[in-house]
Design a protein around this ligand. Structure first.
Ligand SMILES: [Cu+2]
Length: 359
């Protein structure tokens, strides 16, 4: 990553500092783009900086001091429009469509609703407990939606059935339509509180239903190793064993993979389905391989077959009534002389006859 060093930034005049009272946390720009709200965390205020005031000082070359690297520092009082007395531990701020801001107060465990124009608190809503981030509907944009907010709380004690020492995070849905905030719903989720999550209207989403056949989602294009139906094969090359495999309800082709102990195995698997939601999985548990292959998707997996033996491979999505039959075997022949006992080698292969892989 290319970076501008502090000395260069100071010399070129592209960086300016502005002081903040104590331990700044969230930095959020108001929907009109005119102010920056900084949550003080160890200060009881939200400080509202004015872009216009900051810009005027920079344009006039009016600086209070310089930091040790030579970066100019602005005057605090000449940079702010004002401060709002919020309470204990202000972190992050979101906005609605009526000129209000909503700041999470971590220590006080509340959401504070306040007027951006008047810098006055209008309402506080208790959360359970220790709110971190919060997200309002399109509340980070120039056109906030204003109807809902989710408080993302780090602690959840006293709230849900006890099942052991590990508790979920509690997400609380809040109605913003009235003057006072109303708690609508608690949702425990087994996931750390996301940072700067976004809530957007569903009609903004236009996802694809299925991948075009052979598409590698990382390339965003057809994979050079895409596998066409009927052209499944196994190729032994200088860099290892390449398996070109297809998956469709409910069969892997080929369903027997033969390798020698120590071989590098390259699996190229295409889900041939073009039906929406016809997802397959592919797992070789003993080799710690477990992937999801969505309809049309091409996947590549490379691993070293360093354990001799017979290992089941199977689909992990309940894809049809024959899902349990969507399985096969990886056969890894022991290195010659590895065990010294030909009987051991025989024991490693399945007793039942195995159809040879397709050419
Ligand atoms: Cu399946």
């Amino acid at each position: 990553m290319k970076v501008l060093r502090l000395a260069t930034s100071a010399a070129e005049g592209v960086l300016t500092f502005v002081p903040e009272p104590k331990s700044p946390h969230g930095v959020d720009v108001t929907p009109d783009g005119e102010d920056i709200v900084v949550g003080g965390k160890l200060d009881t205020h939200g400080t509202v900086f004015s872009f216009a005031k900051i810009k005027a000082q920079i344009d006039a070359g009016k600086f209070e001091s310089k930091d040790p690297y030579g970066v100019p520092v602005l005057s605090f009082k000449d940079s702010i429009r004002g401060q709002v007395e919020l309470g204990l531990g202000p972190l992050h701020t979101q906005f609605d469509d009526k000129g209000n801001a909503y700041t999470s107060l971590f220590l006080e465990t509340v959401v504070a609703k306040w007027s951006v124009k008047d810098l006055k608190v209008i309402d506080k809503l208790s959360t359970h407990y220790n709110i971190g981030h919060l997200v309002a509907a399109e509340g980070d944009t120039i056109h906030p939606d204003g109807k809902y907010l989710i408080a993302m709380n780090k602690w959840a004690l006293d709230r849900f059935t006890k099942v052991g020492p590990l508790l979920p995070q509690n997400f609380q849905l809040v109605d913003l339509t009235g003057q006072k905030m109303t708690l609508l719903y608690d949702m425990p989720i087994p996931l750390g509180e996301p940072h700067y999550a976004q809530m957007i209207k569903a009609d903004k989403l236009h996802p694809i239903d299925v991948y075009t056949p052979g598409e590698d989602p990382i390339l965003g294009a057809k994979s050079p190793d895409a596998v066409e139906p009927g052209k499944e094969r196994v190729e032994r090359r200088a860099d290892g064993v390449h398996v070109y495999m297809t998956a469709i309800r409910s069969h892997f082709t080929p369903d027997i993979i033969r390798a020698n102990e120590g071989d590098t195995v390259h699996l190229h698997i295409d889900n041939l389905e073009q039906a929406y939601d016809a997802t397959h999985g592919f797992a070789i548990n003993s080799y710690n391989i477990n992937i999801s292959i969505e309809p049309g998707e091409h996947s590549d997996i490379t691993f070293v077959a360093d354990k001799a033996g017979v290992f089941p491979l199977y689909c992990t999505e309940f894809c049809s009534a024959l899902h349990l039959e969507m399985a096969g075997y990886l056969l890894v022949e022991p290195k010659a002389g590895a065990s010294g006992d030909p009987a051991a080698k025989t024991a490693a292969l399945p007793a039942a006859p195995v159809a040879p892989e397709k050419p």
